[in-house]
Design a binder for this molecule. Structure first.
Ligand code: NAD
Length: 526
């Protein structure tokens, strides 16, 4: 945390006894940044670059963040998606030194004791149990790569002091038997603990966090679907906490939809919106979209009536093929069954697109190539500027590439993709939302992170002017720190409006800027 490498000054070298240990020349952080990025670029694979950056993070955290700030666009895909996925899979292979906290099930009953030994002043905890790491399934203890990466983005984008962040891996076993039999695997070699035992362990964890750091916010990350929903509901009112896969994704997608609405010149209240893949992400997006439309004065019935959701068994219809509560919210009413199922079964994607002519098509199915030429051409025939958002990650699961969508729509479609994609101006990535949510929650001191905060964050992101590229849905990654500030302000305003938290005397904006840490060396010798 405090290291400066060759940038320790003469005075500091005197005071700290560093002469001889360091070469003579005193570097600036700018020199060091040039040196590190040159080495990084000489490495061949993204994974080697990831390991290099993690090493820098372990040895000189200030420089790590200075390099990141200067080369954000180039480095984000390395410290986070997609490279972090490989880092999780190969976590045990490259394990060198601990970072974050491993709370394993055999330590049940001793979590308070473990937390007591941790530093004071933790304000952001990001926790996973490693069961659903990106699209890569159960990675057990290797899942630690995700909270590490997310918290790095909290610091880079929102300016949260890295000394106040803590990645946590709740090691409740792994059902990935390959991992359990890998001699290098660093986690607890046991099948996953489930049910009441799991719940009791998580409960002990949450209570221990609340006691140890009462002001901390907790981000739930990459839990498997049923646990993700249940944990969020159980704890969201007990401490300021949110699930980025559910709420962060929904807010980011909502912001993309609102921004695309402006670009395409349509009114969502009057438009058909088709959702392909009605799982956790898809239903979360739909639920937030309905709330956002309600806030505009559209009735809940009308807002929900605009949505057409398609899953494995075709268009979702009440009392026909609905399996989850989330799907029930977006299913067509049972009275429409006759109309849709004339042939005996519910229409699939192409048939539904042909019949409905949606203005917006959102993909959260993880089905590679599902938005094929026929589907896109059909939309383009029916809409002047169709909005098409294949959000599934990684690229190998994306419903379409931006280049294909643009070609098949004669360049007219408004496109946003979940993964970086050639030809797409915008990656619809949660990094546009979650750092600002965390910053706003910390600055306001809110006791809850509410849906209204996410909607307001999405509105704020969608309303930003985009100067550099007329086809973009969001400003470029280089502006992420400013965007985190805008999102944080939206959160603070909602905390004031809905929870009665008074604004500081000099206003929220000043409080947000005051809170931010920046990667510059401190002076230790004067
Ligand atoms: P999930 O398993 O809960 O949902 C996937 C849904 O797709 C399921 O309901 C499944 O039945 C449905 N599906 C599968 N095959 C289908 C088919 N052939 N036709 C129609 N529906 C089909 O998973 P999730 O957590 O909702 O994630 C879904 C995708 O969204 C993933 O690829 C994930 O990477 C992506 N995602 C993207 C972001 C982002 O920020 N861009 C964030 C979160 C999730």
């Amino acid at each position: 945390m405090l290291n400066k490498g060759t940038a320790f000054t003469e005075k500091e070298r005197d005071a700290l006894g560093l002469h001889g240990i360091l070469p003579h020349h005193v570097s600036t952080i700018e020199d060091q940044t040039v040196r590190r990025i040159a080495v990084l670029r000489s490495l061949k694979t993204p994974f080697e670059k990831y390991a290099f950056l993690r090493d820098l993070q372990e040895t000189n955290e200030t420089l790590f963040y200075a390099v990141l700030a200067k080369h954000r666009k180039e480095l984000l895909p390395l410290i986070y998606t997609p490279t972090v996925g490989e880092a999780c899979v190969r976590f045990s292979e490259i394990y060198r030194r601990p970072r974050g906290l491993f709370l394993s099930y055999p330590m049940k009953g001793r979590l308070r004791e473990i937390l007591a030994g941790m530093p004071d002043g933790i304000r952001v905890v990001c926790a996973t149990d490693g069961e659903r790491i990106l699209g890569l399934g159960d990675q057990g203890a290797g899942g630690m790569g995700i909270p590490i990466g997310k918290l790095s983005l909290y610091t880079d984008c929102a300016g949260i002091d890295p000394a106040t962040t803590l990645p946590i891996l709740l090691d409740t076993g792994t059902d990935n038997s390959e991992l359990r039999h890998d001699p290098l695997y660093v986690g607890w070699r046991h099948e996953r603990v489930r049910g009441a035992q799991y719940d009791a362990f998580v409960d002990e964890f949450v209570e221990a966090i609340r006691e140890r750091w009462p002001e901390a916010i907790l981000q739930w990350e990459d839990f498997a679907g049923p646990n993700a929903v249940a944990l969020l509901e159980r704890y969201r009112n007990r401490l300021p906490s949110f699930n980025d896969d559910i709420q962060g994704t929904a807010a980011t997608a909502l912001a993309a939809i609102l921004s695309a609405e402006k670009q395409a010149g349509i009114d969502l209240a009057e438009s058909a919106i088709m959702l392909f893949g009605a799982g956790a992400a898809g239903c979360g997006i739909a639920a937030l979209l309905i709330e956002a439309l309600e806030q505009r004065g559209v009735s809940r019935e009308q807002a929900a009536g605009n949505i057409y959701a398609i899953d494995r068994d075709g268009l979702l219809i009440e009392d026909h093929n609905v399996e989850t509560a989330g799907q029930a919210l977006v299913a067509r009413p049972a009275c429409e069954k006759q109309r849709w199922c004339a042939s005996g079964k519910a229409p699939g994607l192409l048939e539904a697109v042909e019949q409905v002519g949606p203005a917006v098509l959102i993909g959260t199915s993880g089905q590679f190539g599902a938005f094929d030429e026929q589907v896109v051409r059909s939309m383009a025939r029916q809409q002047g500027q169709p909005i098409i958002l294949p959000l599934s990650n990684p690229v190998s699961r994306s419903e379409a590439t931006a280049a294909d969508i643009l070609e098949w729509s004669d360049g007219r479609a408004v496109v946003g993709t979940g993964s970086p994609s050639l030809g797409a101006a915008t990656q619809v990535n949660n990094v546009y939302i979650f750092p600002g949510i965390g910053l706003g929650a910390l600055v306001s001191g809110t006791s809850q992170i509410t849906d209204e905060m996410f909607i307001e964050a999405a509105n704020a992101l969608a309303s930003l002017g985009i100067e550099q590229d007329a086809a973009a849905l969001f400003p470029g990654e280089e502006t992420l720190p400013q965007i985190a500030g805008v999102v944080a302000l939206a959160v603070c305003r909602i905390a004031e409006r809905d929870l009665g938290i008074p604004a500081p005397p000099d206003g929220w904006q000043a409080a947000i800027e005051r809170y931010r840490w920046s990667p510059v060396y401190r002076n230790y010798a004067d």
